[in-house]
Design a protein around this ligand. Sequence first.
Ligand SMILES: Cc1cc2nc3c(=O)[nH]c(=O)nc-3n(C[C@H](O)[C@H](O)[C@H](O)COP(=O)(O)OP(=O)(O)OC[C@H]3O[C@@H](n4cnc5c(N)ncnc54)[C@H](O)[C@@H]3O)c2cc1C
Length: 452
Amino acid sequence: MLGMRSPSAEGVEEAAVSRPRIVIVGAGFAGYHAARTLCRLARNNAEIVVVNPTDYFLYLPLLPEVAVGLLDPRRVTVSLPATLPDVRLILGEVDRVDLDAREVAYVDPEGGRDQITYDRLVLTVGSVNKLLPVPGVAEHAHGFRGIPEALYLRDHMTRQMELADASDESDERAARTTFVVVGAGYTGTEVAAHGVLYTDILYKRHPRLAERQPRWLLLDVADRVLPELDERLSRTAASVLNERGVEVRTGTSVREATEAGARLSDGDFVGTRSLIWCVGVRPDPLVADLGLRIEQGRLAVDAYLTVPNRPEVYACGDAAAVPDLTRPGEITPMTAQHAVRQGRRAAHNIAASYGQGRPKPYRHKDLGFVVDLGGTEAAANPLSIPLGGLPAKALTRGYHLLSLPGNRLRTGTDWLLDTLLSRQTVQLGLVRSPAVPLDTDSPELPTPAGRR
Ligand SMILES: Cc1cc2nc3c(=O)[nH]c(=O)nc-3n(C[C@H](O)[C@H](O)[C@H](O)COP(=O)(O)OP(=O)(O)OC[C@H]3O[C@@H](n4cnc5c(N)ncnc54)[C@H](O)[C@@H]3O)c2cc1C
């Protein structure tokens, strides 16, 4: 039964606590749902600790809507203290795991260091931007992974249109009204699809721009948009982008980025001040430093989500290479759908490790995918049935509302207000460019599997 403490984890600090301690590192999709399930299963019998740099769970799929001012940023953040009151939240970033001592060390938001021991450890640190070693990209491109990037992009797009309006110089006006998204996975595709609608709103509010209709380019080395998804979704998305005038350039990437623009792999130079980097992700670097087996950059685990030879260590979500039992020989893709279910399964298996229930392997067959394309458009394939237009839009919004662990009414209200009122298009200036640097330490090339 949960409540027995493992002898190896005893110490001065633990003497005060008779319950086992389960430490979850990372409160994203996998970590949040692991913690929530553990609260239900073991609230009274175990101490549940979450270590996360922020006090919220971030609902990443709606981030493009924050970047275009459709959703207030707080809608996509779900408070950890408010929704997981039985969890002990430690604000911090783990930078060392001592597997033998069963201890994780972290840096808190004010730079202080501390550590905490565990009886069970769940590693759910997710992924980070993946970069190509392309000259100039680190200096001139911006990624898209969190609230700061979304707020930066919203201000940036607004600012570019306003500065273009104020300028009398033709080249400058052209560059400022040109937006280049690199990577046509679901993040890049959604950013371009929503972004073009947003800059169209700005364009209408700046009649001086007259001949300078905003120009959007979406680049990918693959031969279609959404290359990792069902081809029917790609076709729907491509046709919506095409109708909105987005130039989709497949088989194309960026060779060099400069202050003035981007040199593309086909030799074209595109003058722009806006290079939005969505080429892919790689697992959080923490997992590579553990000295454990890595598979495709992710921490290898078995189907029970435990690390080989470390039965007290669990890992899931983007950071873990979880065997996909529905596709033998493959690992599960990096999606929220898998991360949520893996988090819940890890929680059940942890409870089972203390005799509460039986451990089960993780098995989940993809239920389909939803891609919100802004306006009344979306592409979805629930249970492999391809949908576009309003039915897909309704499904997409319904899915997100159900999946959001909080803020549903507020999110629904933002959507409703956006259909009734004109969009607010001011710069708030809360996030400056240096606050959202692109991480540059990855020499790896992006793969379709990692593309977002
Ligand atoms: C813009 C965007 C849009 C997306 N849209 C979709 C979509 O529509 N559908 C879909 O299925 N998937 C989507 N995804 C992918 C999906 O969000 C991920 O697959 C999912 O978030 C993975 O969950 P996770 O728990 O593994 O990681 P995350 O949700 O990324 O959570 C990781 C958590 O760990 C924390 N963390 C990281 N390092 C440390 C550390 N050292 N110490 C402590 N905490 C740490 C992070 O701050 C974060 O809170 C999208 C991703 C992005 C970036």
